[in-house]
Design a protein around this ligand. Sequence first.
Ligand code: S6P
Ligand code: ZN
Length: 193
Amino acid sequence: MTLREPGIFTVDTVAGELSGAGTRYRKTLGDLEGLYEDKAAFDHLRAQRGADAVMYEVTDHKPSSDAGDMIIGVTRMIPGKVGREYFLTRGHIHAKADRPEMYYGEAGHGLMLLESPEGEVRVIEMRPRTVCYVPPFWIHRSVNVGAQDLVMTFAYPADSGQDYDIIAKAGGMRQRIVDDGAGGWTAIDNASW
Ligand code: S6P
Ligand code: ZN
């Protein structure tokens, strides 16, 4: 049996990253084309900020992709809206769909939008010290409904993988998170689903 070294990392809630983590990737505005309901608002934002504007970034520690191992990391999302719709992550189901996940709120105010294979939708409000359990088989997407960066720590089995096509094929998730007109949020049916 090969043993791995224990690791220690620091969640930097200001920078919104897992300091000392090995890998980092960013999703830009250009990467998120087609996900928002208001195409004209999306094009306008892209013309303003550029397709390379970073919308969210992930720093994580991936010791391996072995079953029984674990990936830990931090997601940081900037605040804002495309039209009336709050900034979101691409969202996915785990490629090994029976793998769960844990999210822990570090900073900001966000939502975890969850959808089951039977089409049930759940919204978990994320604030500092909120723990969200994402059960096996649920599609999950993060949404920043606050005025600051949303920072969350996550952990999931290392052999989970991510399947993004499930959302693309369905025309998105069943619901969208939009401004309720008073600066809060509300979930509405996705007309293109
Ligand atoms: C992976 C886990 C997170 C997300 C990250 C970005 O299973 O849920 O690391 O990858 O929050 O979201 P997305 O939907 O672009 O992968
Ligand atoms: Zn996940």
